[in-house]
Design a protein around this ligand. Structure first.
Ligand code: HEM
Length: 382
C-alpha cells in the first residue's frame, strides 16, 4: 500500500530524470517514459500507427461510459466512428452559452450546476490515468483500495451531463449515435475544453504578475494590434504550456504490436508516456528551463501553441493528436487577452511575489492564484 501511494507521478518523473528513455515494469505492463524530442518523434511520427491505442483504466471506463467517446478509446472502430461525428457534436455544444440554472440575479457568471460540472470535470481528469492499483491488478478492483472507484461513481452520476438530441443518421437513415455515445462524447469534449486553457492562463498570470515588464508589454501589444497579430501574447501562452503543463505526461499511447523503435525493443501492449515535464523542462533542449522566458519563442517566425517537433507537448501530433488545436489556441489567446486587458492587476497588500510552487500530487499551483482585479471600464465597453 505504501509502495502504491508512493508510486505517484513524481516518483516516475524522478526515476526517468536525465534519461532520454526509461522503461518501468508495472506488474506485467511496460511503461516507457520519453524525455527526448527526437525519440518522441520516433514514436509519434515514424511509428504513429503502432502507438495509436490507449491505456484502459477504471476511471477512463467510467468517464467515457465504457469507451464510447474518442479521447480515451482504444484504437478501433469506435474511435473512428466518434472521430467522424465529432464536428457535428461540437457545433451543438458551442451553440449554447450556459447550461443548467443561471445565477439568481440573472448575471453572467456560472450557475451552481456549471460550477459543480467543472469541479466534476477536474476530478475526472485527475483520476483518468492516475496510478490505480486495480488497473494493474484487476482482481483487486472489488476492494477499491485507493477509493478512486467510489469517487468516479459519484462524479459520473447519471443525468448530470447535458442531454443532447442529435439527428445524425447513417446511410440507411437510422440514428448514427446512441444516446450513451452522445452523452459520453459531449462530456469528453467539455473535459477537453476546460482543462488546458484554464491551467495555461492561471500559470501565465502567476508568472507575469511576478514579471511586471512582461505584463506591461502584453498590454501594450493588445492596445496597438489586432487580435490575430499578437505574437507577444501568444509567446506567453506558449511558454506557460511548456513550463507548466496541466499533466505530467501526454495521454498514454499503447502499442498494438511488438516493434523496435530507435533500436529499443517495445513489446505489444507497452504504454508510451511522452513526459510533458521531461520534454518541456529538458535542459538539453531549453536554456534555463525553469525560467519563464519569452525570448525562446519570440524569434520563431510564426509563434503559436503548436509544437510539431515535440520539444514540449501542447497538442501533440499524429492520429491521436488533439482534434481541435485551432479552437484550443483561439480559446487560450482570447481568455488570456481578455483577462490581461480587461483589468488592472495587482497582488494583495503584503504579498511581494506570487508563490509559484506546485501541488505535491499534481502540477497545479499549490496555492491557487490570488490577485486583485480592478475592471478597466473603457476596455469593457468595446
Ligand atoms: C489549449 C487547449 C488544448 C490543448 C493544449 C490540448 C491538448 C491535447 C493533447 C496533448 C491531446 C493528446 C494527444 C495525444 O494523445 O498524443 C489531446 C487530445 C484530444 N483533444 Fe485536445 N487540447 C486542447 C483543446 C481541445 C479542445 C478545445 C477540444 C475539443 C473541443 C479538444 C479535443 C481533443 C480530442 C477529441 C482529443 C483526443 C484525440 C484522440 O484520442 O484521437 N482539445 N488534446
Amino acid at each position: 500500500m505504501i509502495f502504491w501511494k508512493k508510486l505517484g507521478f513524481r516518483w516516475v518523473l524522478q526515476k526517468a530524470k536525465s534519461k532520454d528513455i526509461t522503461c518501468i515494469l508495472l506488474r506485467n505492463v511496460h511503461a516507457i517514459i520519453v524525455n527526448s524530442p527526437e525519440l518522441a518523434c520516433e514514436f509519434l511520427k515514424k511509428n504513429d500507427s503502432i502507438f495509436a491505442s490507449r491505456r484502459i483504466t477504471m476511471a477512463t471506463e467510467y468517464s467515457s461510459r465504457g469507451f464510447l467517446s474518442i479521447r480515451v478509446a482504444p484504437w478501433g472502430d469506435q474511435w473512428k466512428k466518434i472521430y467522424y461525428s465529432g464536428n457535428i457534436i461540437r457545433k451543438i455544444i458551442f451553440g449554447c452559452r450556459h447550461f443548467g440554472k443561471v445565477l439568481k440575479d440573472g448575471g453572467p457568471g456560472p450557475g451552481p450546476e456549471e460550477i459543480e460540472h467543472v469541479d466534476a470535470a477536474f476530478t475526472v481528469l485527475s483520476l483518468a490515468f492516475s496510478f490505480c492499483v486495480s488497473d494493474f491488478m484487476p482482481s483487486l478492483r472489488i476492494f477499491d483500495i485507493d477509493g478512486h472507484e467510489r469517487i468516479m461513481k459519484k462524479t459520473m452520476k447519471p443525468g448530470d451531463i447535458v442531454d443532447v438530441f442529435i439527428s445524425l443518421k447513417d446511410n440507411e437513415g437510422k440514428p448514427l449515435l446512441t444516446i450513451e455515445e452522445i452523452k459520453a462524447q459531449v462530456g469528453e469534449l467539455i473535459l477537453a475544453t476546460v482543462d488546458n486553457p484554464s491551467n495555461t492562463v492561471e500559470w501565465t498570470m502567476a508568472e507575469i504578475l511576478n514579471q511586471p515588464d512582461i505584463l506591461r508589454k502584453a498590454i501594450e501589444e493588445i492596445d496597438h494590434y489586432d487580435f490575430p497579430n499578437l505574437p507577444y501574447l501568444k509567446a506567453c501562452g506558449r511558454e506557460a504550456l511548456r513550463l507548466h503543463p496541466i499533466a505530467p505526461f501526454n495521454l498514454p499511447h499503447v502499442s498494438t504490436t511488438d516493434t523496435t523503435v530507435a533500436g529499443f525493443f517495445i513489446p505489444k501492449g507497452s504504454q508510451v508516456l511522452l513526459s510533458r515535464v521531461g520534454l518541456g523542462r529538458n535542459p538539453k533542449v531549453w536554456e534555463f528551463p525553469m525560467r519563464f522566458n519569452l525570448d525562446m519563442h519570440l524569434n520563431e517566425i510564426n509563434v503559436g501553441l503548436t509544437e510539431p517537433d515535440l520539444r514540449f507537448i501542447s497538442f501533440s501530433i499524429g492520429r491521436r493528436g488533439c482534434k481541435e488545436a485551432p479552437l484550443g489556441m483561439m480559446m487560450t489567446y482570447m481568455l488570456l487577452a481578455r483577462i490581461i486587458r480587461s483589468f488592472t492587476w495587482s497582488l494583495p497588500i503584503g504579498e511581494g511575489l506570487v508563490n509559484l510552487s506546485e501541488e505535491e500530487r499534481s502540477l497545479f499551483m499549490a496555492k491557487p492564484l490570488h490577485a486583485l482585479a480592478k475592471p478597466m471600464l473603457a476596455f469593457l465597453k468595446h
